[in-house]
Design a protein around this ligand. Structure first.
Ligand code: ADP
Ligand code: MG
Length: 235
């Protein structure tokens, strides 16, 4: 069988135990994303966006259904193989940048490469080139505190991409930015990830951000519904 690079999600469910009824957050999510495709998932706060991304990134286990990336189901892997799979195949960007405050911008971008031991000169060249592409070529030795919010988020994007992930997951990546910086970050994500045939899934509560990303999809009652706008009942 030829293994497909796609992300394939089938009948995915996730519920959390509570003292009363289990809380069903994802209730049968089906999704297929192919190389070079980007998807924006829109949903209000509490609709399950972060829960969905955590499962797609193999940070949390589903209750039911299946997820495969490049033909691999990460939940059938042992702990070490799963960690290696995550490091190699998946990049994350969050609303908060999570840069290490004591490290320079360049060192922060090198962190994902240290899993394989000491970073080489080649690694440093690669990280530097990526930082140039996100517009931070002149900020290599700055510390995160010396950057603007938009610059910090661009450094976080460079870090997420330094291992060339098959799938980039972005959780409200522009939530802390003003609209001009938010647009620039959305464009960068699209250009850098989709441009090299990687897959990108961004979740957001912002319709404007989703429209910019293309293929907007709504998370509604635990399921994904594709389409630009969704009928809302009058309130
Ligand atoms: P969103 O990212 O769309 O704001 P989340 O995925 O964070 O939504 O949360 C969806 C729902 O699941 C919320 O009601 C939240 O309280 C609940 N939830 C998330 N994580 C847990 C957890 N670990 N245990 C129990 N409930 C959780
Ligand atoms: Mg969230």
């Amino acid at each position: 069988m030829v293994s497909m690079p796609d992300l394939v999600v089938q009948r995915l469910t996730k519920s959390f135990p509570t003292p009363a009824e289990p809380l069903v957050v994802l209730d049968g999510v089906d999704l297929r994303v192919g190389p070079g495709e980007s998807l924006a998932v829109v949903g209000p706060s509490g609709s399950g966006k972060s829960t969905l991304l955590a499962i797609l990134g193999a940070l949390d286990e589903p209750t039911g259904g299946s997820v495969t990336l490049g033909g691999v189901d990460p939940f059938t892997l042992g702990e070490r193989e799963q960690a290696a799979f995550r490091a190699e195949s998946i990049g994350f960007v969050f609303q908060d940048h999570y840069l290490l405050p004591q490290c320079t911008v360049l060192e922060n971008v090198l962190v994902p490469l240290l899993a394989d031991g000491q970073a080489s000169g080649e690694d440093a060249d690669r990280a530097t080139e990526l930082l140039r592409r996100v517009g931070l070529g002149e900020r290599l030795t700055h510390r995160p505190a010396q950057l603007s919010g938009g610059e910090r988020q661009r450094a976080a994007i460079a870090r997420a991409l330094v291992r060339d992930p098959l799938l980039l997951l972005a959780d409200e990546p522009t939530g802390a930015l003003d609209s001009r910086n938010a647009d620039a970050v959305a464009d960068l994500l699209l250009e850098l990830q989709s441009g090299r045939a990687g897959m990108l899934i961004a979740v957001t509560h912002s319709d404007a951000f989703a429209a910019r990303m293309g293929r907007p999809t709504h998370l509604l009652d635990g399921r994904l519904v594709e389409g630009q706008s969704v009928e809302r009942s009058p309130s």
